[in-house]
Design a binder for this molecule. Structure first.
Ligand code: AKG
Length: 257
């Protein structure tokens, strides 16, 4: 019988040493259940909804924060914009309030490795992005890989890349994370959409799982697996924050968005 493809669930502050399980694709996700309290998530949500600098990017209509995939061939602009927005967010959230910093601390505990923001020529990469996914938007199947896409940036040198997402507010209906048991290969480029993502043909007949995010959960995936979000219905946006991270040769984790 084929072994079931199912996430591993951890309690807050439980240690986990098997990053290999995620990189090999043996498990689809690592879920840190209730890593943040409902009260904390509500407070962060209320606060981020009052932040003025909203943008859009490939695959997302509304977000706060800078993501590398909007600046693939514009490295100077990426670091300049990151400096500007992360400074504004630093002034807006106190250090102990910014969920992106709290998530870095959480990863340090879970993986027993120092976690810090990636740097290049003394410039900080983006600490993470807040995403707002709304009703009736359609989400493309995609995969994330700095290794293949962000050539020219130092973070493309990491052979492994993970994604960590904290769920701050749920959609009333839908908004599940759909993960396909398929890793991108260069053969799939024929299915690529010009602006962002891939046609559904890329995952035809491929096994998938759905993860319904709960407020306060941190979901960690290996984003070279195709993934998307199911259609959202209802009044509220699905709100999350997150970043990518990679293990370094010095037994640390560095993160970026
Ligand atoms: O918000 C999610 O559940 C998925 C986000 C995503 O596409 C990613 O982490 O690459």
């Amino acid at each position: 019988m084929v072994k079931q493809w199912a996430p591993i669930y951890l309690n807050k502050n439980q240690k986990f040493e098997f990053i290999n399980e995620l990189s090999s694709g043996n498990i689809p996700a690592l879920i840190l259940k209730k890593a943040f309290s409902l009260k904390t998530c509500k407070k962060i949500t209320e606060k981020i909804l009052g932040f003025n600098y909203i943008s859009s990017g490939p695959g997302i209509e509304k977000k706060i924060g800078v993501s590398l995939n909007s600046f693939i061939n514009k490295k100077g602009a990426y670091f300049e914009k990151t400096k500007f927005i992360d400074k504004k967010l630093e002034q807006y959230f106190s250090y102990n309030e910014d969920p992106r910093i709290l998530m870095q601390n959480l990863l340090s505990t879970v993986f027993t490795m120092e976690t810090r923001v990636a740097k290049e020529n003394n410039l900080n990469y983006s600490k993470g992005v807040f995403r707002f996914h709304g009703s009736d938007e359609s989400f493309k199947i995609h995969r994330d890989s700095a290794y293949y896409e962000a050539v020219g940036y130092q973070v493309s040198k990491f052979p492994l890349q993970f994604s960590a997402v904290l769920h701050l507010q749920k959609a009333e209906y839908g908004g599940e994370l759909i993960l396909y048991r398929k890793i991108w290969t260069s053969d799939d480029e024929k299915y690529r959409s010009p602006y962002f993502g891939y046609s559904e043909k890329v995952v035809h007949d491929i096994t998938s799982i759905k993860i319904k995010p709960e407020i306060g959960d941190v979901i960690i995936i290996n984003p070279i697996h195709y993934h998307t979000i199911s259609k959202i219905k209802g009044k509220h946006d699905r709100i999350s924050t997150g970043f990518f991270f990679a293990p370094t040769n010095e037994q640390a984790l560095v993160c970026w968005a």
